[in-house]
Design a protein around this ligand. Structure first.
Ligand code: NI
Length: 393
């Protein structure tokens, strides 16, 4: 890290950590991030960073740090929490029942504010404009699309973003060129049977049996229908039917997720899930209606040149040993992919793990907490990257 950047970070780090904890105490889910949005706006105002609020369905913010005339790059953080009951027992644990920053977006937000503060202090060296995107509704909201619709990418030449990852050590980042994360969509099926007394199965069309058969049959989609060289996932994650021990219900509900990297595989998964559900139900005299999400997340594909710049810049900032270049993509998804469909850029993972042999709580777990030790790395990599990209493109 340049000594100037390092010095600024050392000075502001306690303030950024406090801010992160404050955000952690106030998790809000998709498009309801009004407290969070106000707090971010207050901080930006306090620091004299011009910004526009009310974007991306109401709680998104776009801010701008203008240096000398030049290109514009965007840095993005997601700001939403999840419907999870926190179990960390931390002094700054969620104050809102059933809501938690279980994906660490509190850390992403604090990190971007920290990077912004560094860039503000280095504004004289900035050859262009850095736009800060505070995006709502990443978790199942597709907030990126609403930010884009509100002009967040207008005039932007490149975009970068990050996500905390327990798979890599704090102090490190991980990235790869090309596909980094999968496309994601969900499916929902309602099995219509005929309910009756649990002691009279012959009078029923039992949707529980049908749900069980469909769940089992769906396991053959990836194993028997998808080209084994293509990564794909079909997960049934939610089954619901019935109310008690002696009533066969009328209906059963199945929900799950599908992941892949190319449109052909995605189409195959959708066709196979629909076919298996409908025909299996039919075989048992029931029927199944199947629907998919209206706005699936596309695969996240990093631009080769921008990834190269990111890796090069990060190696100078945190040392080559701390920059992990991945060989394989991951099956998780991110709506940052929507930005990358519009402008070149790169997304990277920010390491969270403390000890190599001690597993860090997984994302979305009630025990997950963004690691404050990663903030110095995240802020430094983001700020130095912005300075570098604007001076080389
Ligand atoms: Ni997340």
């Amino acid at each position: 890290m340049s000594s100037a950047t390092g010095r600024i970070i050392d000075t502001i780090l306690p303030e950024i950590i406090d801010l992160r904890h404050e955000l952690h105490e106030h998790p809000e889910i998709r498009f309801q991030e009004s407290w969070t949005s106000r707090r971010i706006s207050d901080v930006l105002t306090q620091w004299g960073i011009p910004h526009q609020t009310g974007l991306g369905k109401g709680t998104g913010i776009v801010a701008s740090i203008a240096g000398k005339p030049g290109k514009t790059i965007a840095l993005r953080a997601d700001i939403d929490g999840l419907e999870v009951e926190e179990a960390t027992g931390l002094p700054y644990a969620s104050r809102i029942p059933g809501r938690m920053h279980a994906c660490g977006h509190d850390g992403h937000t604090a990190n971007l504010l920290g990077a912004a503060r560094v860039l503000l202090e280095c504004r004289d060296a900035l050859r262009g404009t850095v736009r800060l995107l505070f995006q709502p509704g990443e978790e199942q909201g597709g907030g990126a699309r609403y930010m884009i619709a509100d002009g967040a990418l207008d005039g932007v030449d490149a975009i970068f973003g990050l996500h905390g990852s327990p798979l890599f050590p704090a102090g490190a980042i991980a990235v790869k060129s090309g596909p980094l994360m999968a496309s994601a969509d969900f499916f929902r099926m309602v099995i219509q049977g005929r309910g009756c007394h649990g002691a009279d199965p012959a009078s029923a069309i039992d949707p529980v049996i049908v749900a069980a058969h469909i769940t089992t049959a769906l396991q053959t989609v990836v194993s028997r229908e998808v080209d084994p060289r293509q990564p794909a996932v079909v997960t049934v994650a939610h089954i619901e039917a019935g109310t008690t021990t002696n009533i066969i219900p009328d209906t059963a509900l199945l929900e799950g997720t599908i992941r892949s990297f190319d449109p052909g595989t995605d189409a195959l998964l959708r066709e196979a899930i629909g076919r298996i559900a409908r025909h299996t139900a039919q075989a048992f005299r029931a029927s199944a209606s199947v629907s998919f999400g209206e706005k699936p997340y596309p695969p996240l594909v990093n631009d080769a040149a921008m990834t190269e710049l990111l890796i090069d810049s990060a190696c100078r900032t945190i040392g080559t040993a701390n920059v992990v270049v991945l060989k394989e993509p991951q099956m998780i998804a991110e709506d940052f992919a929507c930005y990358l469909e519009k402008v070149p850029g790169a997304f990277f993972f920010l390491g969270m793990a403390n000890e190599p042999d001690v597993p860090y709580p997984s994302l979305h777990s009630p025990c997950y907490d963004f690691n404050d030790k990663a903030l110095r790395t995240g802020m430094g990599v983001m700020a130095e990257l912005a300075l570098r990209v604007l001076s080389t493109t």
